[in-house]
Design a binder for this molecule. Structure first.
Ligand SMILES: Nc1ncnc2c1ncn2[C@@H]1O[C@H](COP(=O)(O)OP(=O)(O)OP(=O)(O)O)[C@@H](O)[C@H]1O
Ligand SMILES: [Mg+2]
Length: 271
């Protein structure tokens, strides 16, 4: 198993590795776009990584490569040292909990909260819904909903489509972490919410990551969230990490430092 020595001595266990990744979209056409030329990133067990970066820098593509929504043109993806580069997305789904920017994406709007939770709870097992939901499970789901402090335990039989965006993102977070996962993957999951809901969902995210002792990677354009939350900070630009705080250097970065680097990148691009 790959290990690195952290500043201060303790070895860090590699959870997921992107090794020498190349990714080209629309190869051989006029719109050919090489997002990654030789990109490597190691995510360690227990890390909560905040990722910032300009539009089109490759943040979502990184998450898509990890989760198997995209396959690289060259390079390897390893999970606990095992090569999963060719493992299809549906098989990798058991390892990842994913919450997207669009609150409509993480849950099924026509199904009730209970049905959504039951389906997630039976992830990887066939006929999840057909098993029905017994009393014990119902109580367990309600207890989990109570932890969100949104009163959703009293709306368990309502279709998810009637919930607000913030409530749906909170539920999506809960659902994506119901079964044991290797990595929680968040792609601008607070971006579509109003400031208060965004704050609530961010705080909830931090609480869930801590309580369930998850490893997580969160893409955000909110520099304050990136600085305040997480254990490691990355800034991406043109398919590379231009800032990597590492596990011990996160506290060294302030919003002004990030803005300064952002501005420098923009100036270099001529924007
Ligand atoms: N499926 C695809 N087909 C073609 N081009 C793509 C595809 N996915 C991403 N790209 C291109 O790859 C580049 C990186 O996109 P990506 O979505 O990773 O950026 P991002 O850093 O997440 O940006 P944003 O902050 O806008 O979400 C962009 O130029 C984008 O247009
Ligand atoms: Mg993106």
């Amino acid at each position: 198993m790959a290990e690195e020595t952290k500043r201060g001595g303790a070895p860090q266990e590699a959870l997921l590795e992107l090794r020498h990744i190349r990714k080209v979209f629309n190869a051989g056409t006029v719109s050919e776009m090489e997002v990654f030329h030789d990109f490597s990133l190691t995510i360690h067990k227990g890390e909560f990584i905040s990722v910032v970066g300009s539009n089109g820098s490759g943040k979502t593509t990184t998450l898509n490569l990890l989760c198997g929504s995209l396959t690289p043109d060259a390079g390897q993806i390893l999970l606990h040292g095992t090569d999963i580069t060719k493992m299809p997305e549906y098989k990798r789904a058991a390892f990842f909990g994913r919450v997207f920017q669009d609150p409509a994406k993480g849950t099924c709007p026509t199904m009730t909260i209970l049905e959504n939770m039951s389906l997630a709870d039976n992830k990887g097992r066939p006929f999840g819904l057909g098993r029905g939901v017994n009393r014990k499970k119902l109580d367990e789901y309600k207890q989990q909903l109570e932890l969100l402090h949104l009163g959703l335990e009293d709306k368990i039989d309502l279709p998810v489509g009637v919930l607000s965006g913030g409530q749906r993102q909170a539920l999506a977070l809960l659902i994506s972490t119901m079964t044991p996962i290797e990595l929680l993957v968040l792609d601008e999951h607070t971006a579509a919410l109003d400031p208060k809901s965004s704050e609530n969902v961010m705080e909830l995210t931090d609480r869930i990551v801590r309580e369930k002792q998850l490893s997580a990677i969160m893409v955000t354009h909110n520099l304050r969230f990136a600085v305040e939350y997480g254990t490691r900070l990355l800034m991406m630009d043109k398919g590379a990490c231009v800032i990597d705080s590492g596990p011990d250097g996160k506290a060294d970065y302030k919003i002004d430092d990030l803005l300064h680097t952002f501005n420098q990148i923009s100036i270099e691009c001529g924007n």
